[in-house]
Design a protein around this ligand. Structure first.
Ligand SMILES: NC(=O)c1ccc[n+]([C@@H]2O[C@H](COP(=O)([O-])OP(=O)(O)OC[C@H]3O[C@@H](n4cnc5c(N)ncnc54)[C@H](OP(=O)(O)O)[C@@H]3O)[C@@H](O)[C@H]2O)c1
Length: 334
């Protein structure tokens, strides 16, 4: 039986927000599986800011998506055909499935896919119990090393990663200041227990940080890049840790990144700034999930997913991350 696959391929490199004509939705017949391979029917796609970087022809931690290649993205697919004894029809797998209806997984890339439990809602396994949760957990705990009583500032605080970071920081006994765009997101942050919030779209961030971080800043978990770093650096305490998780304000190529002019604060305060990638922590995932599952069960971590629908809506869904339209982890149900 031949199966037709529908997929989005990249046709031109976007500038700014993506446009539908940067891509083409095409249909093609799939070839037969080889021994060891699987065929997945994609159920949900994950939308991550890093995807926008993969569309740009710049060096990154993964090569750029090439013109006429399927758009790379994480997601969850259900096995509909298996030529591999370790996988049964019906198993759910997560990995780089791409913007497409089906994903053929060859045996050599299977190690980069992971089975997910079928007793949890799939959106949750793609958020707090997926790489988003791992990013927050290891970024804050391993890189940031929070201690009780410290002040933690989180940018992109109402987002998928930022909201989990903020809540883990609360669990660790820290004073948490969340920075997010808009009244709804700031209100939600207060509801989930963030001590203080700054609406960066309406308020003066340097002034508000100075008011709120009365005891200085011990950890800055940066999800957005841009000018907030400079305001934070003026307020850091001795041995502060700056965790570079992401820089979404620079990903669309519209704003050229500018460095902070006060990096000498790192010397004065013997502070550190460190980037990390969640991929380096995958082998420790179970350690994180044990805590994350317990914290969610105990109501200490609240999570929300923003689920769009329809493969045809992939380009618009990616843009939601960059306009701030997403309320929680951005997903798309196929
Ligand atoms: N290092 C790693 O391994 C790793 C892994 C996963 C994610 N990340 C990074 O973590 C960050 C958050 O990712 P996520 O998946 O959790 O997405 P997210 O925070 O759920 O969504 C992105 C949010 O970024 C904010 N934003 C967009 N453009 C902005 C701008 N110009 N200035 C300030 N804020 C802006 C928007 O929130 P507002 O409405 O509040 O503006 C938007 O909702 C990204 O930078 C991502 O690259 C890093």
């Amino acid at each position: 039986m031949t199966i037709s696959n529908t997929k989005w391929v990249l046709k031109s490199r976007p500038s700014g927000l993506v446009k539908e004509d940067n891509f083409e939705l095409i249909t093609e017949e799939l070839s037969e599986l080889n021994e060891g391979d699987l065929l997945l029917e994609n159920q949900y796609l994950s939308f991550d800011p890093t995807q926008r970087m993969w569309l740009t022809d710049l060096p990154g931690y993964l090569p750029p998506v090439q013109i006429d290649e399927v758009v790379r993205s994480g997601g969850v697919g259900k096995v509909v055909e298996s030529k591999n004894d370790a996988y049964q029809v019906g198993d759910l797998l997560t990995g780089l499935v791409g913007w497409q209806k089906f994903c053929q997984v060859s045996a050599n890339v299977l190690p980069f896919f992971r089975k997910i439990p079928d007793n949890l809602p799939i959106p949750t396994t793609m958020n707090v119990f997926g790489s988003t949760g791992l990013t927050a957990y290891f970024g804050l705990l391993d890189v940031g090393k929070p201690k009780e009583g410290e002040t933690v500032v989180v940018s992109g605080a109402a987002g998928a990663t930022g909201s989990v970071v903020a809540q883990i920081a609360k669990i660790m006994g820290c004073h948490v200041i969340g920075i997010a765009g808009g009244a709804e997101k700031c209100q939600w942050l207060k509801e989930i227990g963030v001590d203080d919030v700054i609406d960066y779209k309406e308020e003066n961030v340097p002034e508000r940080l100075t008011q709120l971080a009365k005891n200085g800043i011990d950890i800055y978990f940066d999800n957005v890049g841009g000018p907030i770093m400079e305001s934070v650096l003026f307020l850091i305490n001795l041995n502060a840790r700056i965790v570079m998780c992401g820089s979404i304000s620079n990903y669309t190529g519209e704003n050229l990144p500018k460095g902070p002019m006060n990096l000498t604060m790192l010397i004065i305060k013997r502070a550190s700034i460190e980037g990390f990638l969640v991929l380096d922590y995958m082998h420790r995932a179970d350690e994180a999930y044990t805590d994350l599952i317990k914290w969610v069960e105990d109501g200490k971590i609240i999570h929300r997913e923003d689920v769009q629908e329809g493969l045809e809506n992939c380009p618009q869904t990616l843009n939601r991350l960059f306009t701030g339209a997403n309320k929680g982890k951005q997903l798309l149900k196929i």
